[in-house]
Ligand binder design. Structure first.
Ligand SMILES: Nc1nc2c(ncn2[C@@H]2O[C@H](COP(=O)(O)OP(=O)(O)OP(=O)(O)O)[C@@H](O)[C@H]2O)c(=O)[nH]1
Ligand SMILES: [Mg+2]
Length: 364
């Protein structure tokens, strides 16, 4: 299963955000200093289409899409160069498919700030630099090894050229995330698990007095940085949302009057993580089970078959496909979809679209 690692400076609200996402409330203990095993939780991806399919089919079993979140300990300045427990935490981050970067915007006199003051833009840059240092260390280490060889194989020569490009980019303090790569380049880089190459979601963890980005310290600069970097940003009232989980809906409504809280942060975070990971869902529906399956955007009908079972991929004949909207508009029934001509027969190379309802025809 794909998983998202939660990173950020110490005391930025990572565990709070983790609790909001996983609805763990007070049960999950915050990280105690020195512990290196992170909290993990699997969460269901909220999807109203899935809920409606379950209502329509009333199956014996309903299995939504899932993503795992991992709460890592705070990354201190110097971690990228191996200071403190930095390396252990960075190796957890290196395992993740995407990073959720929590930035402290809230002011809270009772919670010290590792840098002495609330300055979200500075914190964003500190963490990014730690991640860049970590990747740079790995690149230089490998380049050092390659340059000590007398003779390089052709693929090692290609690797060296690519790593030199990576090094130049990292030296300019730019992440590897948006680097242009050929499929061959991507293949070479995969084994390095670079943390700056991972998709990243920025979580601005605000307090109730902050009604928008402009009301947090350095807000205008942050807005500029967001538009320059094209980052996916989610604003969240971490502690408020955590407190709300303990209240009834009526109490919660009273409590949040005047605060532009919108769609619950939990849903926005999970949905944001899902799309930042480049994931899409397709559905299978029947009386036994309605299920949402996860694919990467760009995957084919054959990948969809393989996600369900290897036998379905091996014996793949065709996929019967209907978009969710057509399916819902036609009585949630493949038979009706076939009769009205909205059902499509697709081959193995068909690119699955988010929300497709699929039935695989196979022969083994
Ligand atoms: N006022 C306010 N306090 C918050 C908010 N989010 C977190 N806090 C408080 O900040 C403190 C640290 O929060 P955590 O979620 O434990 O932070 P963390 O990043 O997990 O900390 P470490 O794991 O120790 O690095 C706690 O006392 C929280 O209650 C917020 O949005 N507003
Ligand atoms: Mg924590």
């Amino acid at each position: 299963m794909l998983h998202c690692g939660i990173v950020g400076l110490p005391l930025s609200g990572k565990t709070t955000v983790f609790n909001v996402i996983t609805k763990a409330g007070a049960e999950v203990k915050p990280y105690a200093g020195g512990r290196t095993d992170p909290n993990r939780a699997v969460v269901e991806v909220p999807d109203s289409r899935f809920d409606l399919l379950v209502l329509a089919h009333n199956p014996r079993k309903a299995t939504p899409a899932q993503v795992e979140f991992v709460d890592l300990a705070g990354l201190s300045k110097g971690a990228g160069k191996g200071a403190g427990l930095g390396n252990a935490f960075l190796s957890f981050a290196a395992d993740a498919d995407a990073l959720l970067h929590v930035i402290r915007c809230f002011s809270n006199g009772a919670v010290e700030h590792p840098e002495g003051s609330v300055n979200p833009l500075r914190d964003w840059e500190i963490l990014d630099m730690e991640l860049i240092f970590r990747d740079l260390g790995i690149v230089e280490n490998r380049l050092g090894k390659l340059s000590s060889r007398k003779k390089l194989l052709p693929e090692e020569t290609a690797e060296r050229a690519l790593l030199e490009r990576c090094r130049d980019r990292l030296m300019e303090e730019r992440p590897l995330r948006d680097m242009e790569l050929s499929p061959e380049d991507s293949r070479i880089l995969r084994g390095f698990t670079f943390v700056t190459a991972k998709p990243q979601i920025i979580v601005l963890n605000m307090d109730e007095t902050q009604t928008g980005i402009e009301s947090i310290p350095g807000g205008a600069d942050i807005e500029r940085r967001i538009s320059e970097s094209g980052a996916c940003v989610i604003k969240l009232y971490g502690r408020l949302e955590m407190d709300l989980m303990e209240l009834s809906p009526e109490e919660a409504a009273e409590f949040t009057e005047g605060i532009p809280i919108g769609e619950p942060g939990r849903n926005r975070l999970i949905a944001g993580a899902y799309s930042t990971l480049g994931l899409i869902s397709f559905f299978t529906c029947g009386p036994d089970e309605v299920r949402a399956w996860t694919l990467r955007d760009g995957d084919s009908a054959l990948d969809a078959a393989g996600a369900i079972h290897t036998d379905l991929a091996k014996g793949f004949i065709r996929a019967q496909v209907v978009s969710y909207d057509d399916y819902a508009a036609h009585n949630n029934s493949f038979a009706t979809c076939r009769d009205t001509g909205v059902l499509r027969l697709e081959g193995r190379d068909y690119r699955v679209r988010d929300g497709d309802v699929i039935e695989i025809r196979f022969n083994i």
